[in-house]
Design a binder for this molecule. Structure first.
Ligand code: GLC
Length: 461
């Protein structure tokens, strides 16, 4: 929020269609298609200032502390079981694909099971596909009959989802795909302005329903903006509507505006310029249920990923792809339960942590909260662990899961932790809490730097 405006003034401004960024408003571009230039338009525009919506810090605080969320990809593709892009990748005719919506018959307690699974896994929020690229709406909508209440399910699946999450104390996120393969104008909107008008009205109306009919929503997670750009989708107006209906919500950047956070996909990569970021990832290689995809990550890899996100100040959104009946593949359940057991003992090393500079080790990675450094050992080397180049004094060390004190010795070169068990005391990762006298920092080139500073031996003079 601009510092000179009160929250109420800012919200009034938003509702009245005022600019989202008062201080650094930039030139709007005419409505157009993604990635193309209109005739007469100059290419290579100078880099534009970030257009982060007002009150970002207030709205996003809980999310930074939460660190770990569940992504759910669920739709009529889950009945087919061959990945959520099946319609395009197998070129399935529309009339054939629409049969899936009739065969979609989820069990009653599916959402309750996911919510419990998420809570037991230590996930604090969930983001579910309310509509994926296939165009099928899991929610009740006045805009189309291609929606759960009027097809196979016969009920509003988004409502069940929201109710189930609230019962488990989880924050509620809605994924929403702008790209729509089912809408007649979904592909031609970039060439035909009347088609664009219809598609944009349809899309905004659906977002309005989602933001109006389900109480307080915590996250709106846009996806794929093809075939339009931000001007074409009228994304400024879209976000203004969202914030006027849900003043506390956070939105991502996939409607082609900056939004509150960035969304690296299938990779962990901290955003530059200190932006909030969330890495979204699958547990195998598919978002939507793909029965034959057996390429599962291990629970160790998942914990390591969560640690890497927390270390660099980001969040980790981990996907499940339930079957058409809502049941979750056993491997996903097993992994999430294992991560949940680990978090129940080691959660303080993840939740509400601060960005962490130390990172050098062959068998561990690190997170930090204040002056406490957490060392997460994923390859347990034996009864002795070593950290090099720590630039602050260590005052005490313990195994985080049990509180057992750990003996240590620190000199100019390194800190050596000794007297530890030969085999890893905790699975899939063992965490040490290292209390330091100041914010832990590590010299990444400690050994080289020490050698460079030491006097040359007489023979070399
Ligand atoms: C991509 C894919 C989509 C998936 C999403 C998750 O945009 O098209 O299937 O939902 O990534 O981030």
């Amino acid at each position: 929020m601009p510092p000179h405006l009160s929250r109420r003034t800012t919200l009034k401004l938003l509702a009245a269609g005022g600019p989202l960024v008062v201080a650094s408003e930039i030139q709007g571009r005419p409505a157009g298609r993604a990635g193309t230039l209109d005739a007469g338009q100059t290419p290579a525009a100078p880099p534009q200032p970030l257009r982060v919506p007002p009150e970002h810090d207030r709205r996003i605080k809980w999310w930074h502390d939460a660190k770990f969320g569940m992504f759910i990809h669920w739709g009529t593709y889950s009945v087919y079981g061959r990945h959520e892009w099946a319609l395009e990748n197998e070129a399935i005719p529309a009339s054939e694909y629409e049969q899936l919506a009739k065969a979609f018959e989820p069990k009653r307690d599916a959402a309750r099971d996911w919510a419990r699974l998420a809570r037991n896994a230590g996930q604090k929020y969930v983001v579910m596909t309310t509509k994926h690229h296939e165009g099928f709406c899991l929610f009740d909508t006045k805009t189309t009959d291609y929606c759960a209440p009027r097809q196979g399910p016969g009920r509003d699946l988004v409502r069940e989802y929201v109710t189930a999450l609230r019962a488990e104390g989880l924050r509620v996120g809605f994924y929403f795909s702008l790209m729509d393969w089912h809408h007649p104008d979904g592909a031609r909107a970039a060439q035909d302005d009347a088609a664009r008008r219809r598609l944009v009205d349809y899309t905004h109306a659906q977002i309005r329903e989602l933001m109006t009919n389900y109480g307080k929503i915590d996250i709106l997670w846009y996806d794929v903006s093809w075939p339009l750009d931000a001007a074409g989708w009228e994304s400024e107006r879209m976000n203004r509507m969202v914030f006027s209906l849900q003043p506390d919500i956070i939105v991502n950047n996939r409607n082609r505006l900056d939004g509150d956070f960035t969304t690296p996909e299938q990779r962990i990569e901290a955003a530059t310029t200190g932006r909030a970021w969330e890495a979204c990832m699958t547990m195998n290689g598919s978002w939507g249920y793909q029965a034959a995809d057996d390429d599962w990550k291990t629970s160790k890899q998942i914990v390591r990923n969560l640690v890497a996100c927390s270390r660099d100040g980001g969040n980790y959104l981990l996907n499940i792809g339930p079957r058409g009946d809502g049941s979750v593949p056993d491997e996903s359940v097993r992994i999430l339960e294992s991560v949940g057991r680990w978090l129940s003992k080691n959660g303080q090393a993840i939740y509400a942590t601060d960005p962490c500079q130390p990172r050098r080790s062959n068998y561990a990675s690190f997170t930090r909260k204040g002056n406490t450094l957490y060392m997460h050992v994923h390859f347990w080397p034996g009864d002795r662990l070593v950290v090099s180049g720590l630039l602050v004094p260590v005052t005490s060390v313990r195994l985080l899961a049990t509180g057992t004190p750990v003996a240590f010795r620190q000199d100019d070169l390194r800190v050596v932790f000794s007297g530890l068990p030969r085999t890893a005391p905790d699975q899939p990762v063992t965490t040490l809490a290292i209390e330091c006298g100041a914010e832990p920092k590590q010299d990444q080139y400690h050994v080289r730097n020490l050698r460079a500073r030491s006097p040359a031996p007489p023979s070399a003079r």
